[in-house]
Design a protein around this ligand. Structure first.
Ligand SMILES: [Zn+2]
Length: 150
């Protein structure tokens, strides 16, 4: 299952990345093979205290996706210049690339810990996609490495 943000700018880049093999993530294109949960902030939206009310829906949903679709892995994709990060931790964090990346990394790790408690059988990987100099979301960084999907 893909966990990603509601930001309109990221929808096509993330779908394109999911649908083709991506080194370190999936060895096959996943078009038509993945469930999706979309919420402002992606991993930040699930674990940040500012969005505490959203967490229960995510965990209920992942339970349903396991039951209905037999999902075996969660791929979290956070992104650069995410407004939800600013809401959760302040504009100062969003405006500083080092603090921004550190906050996404911390929340991606926290999500891994929470997933390990609830669904220890699920694989997990977390990514951060940022913009290039032209504003395209195509700069992928691993936040939390996990088993490659194939
Ligand atoms: Zn976002």
């Amino acid at each position: 299952m893909l966990l990603s943000c509601v930001d309109p700018r990221t929808q096509t880049p993330i779908a394109t990345w999911m649908n083709a093999p991506a080194a370190g993530s999936h060895a096959i294109g996943l078009d038509g093979k993945y469930s999706q949960f979309t919420v402002a902030g992606a991993a930040v939206g699930i674990v940040a205290p500012a969005f505490a009310g959203w967490e229960a829906t995510f965990w209920d949903n992942i339970g349903a996706s396991i039951q209905l679709h037999g999902i075996t892995a969660l791929i979290a994709v956070d992104h650069g210049n995410c407004g939800a990060l600013g809401i959760a931790y302040g504009q100062r964090v969003l405006d500083d690339p080092k603090l921004e990346l550190a906050a996404h990394l911390a929340d991606a790790k926290r999500l891994k810990e929470e997933l390990a408690v609830r669904h220890p059988d699920l694989d997990y990987q977390a990514w951060f996609v940022d913009r290039d100099s032209n504003g395209w979301f195509n700069q992928w960084k691993t936040l939390v490495a996990g088993p490659e999907i194939n």
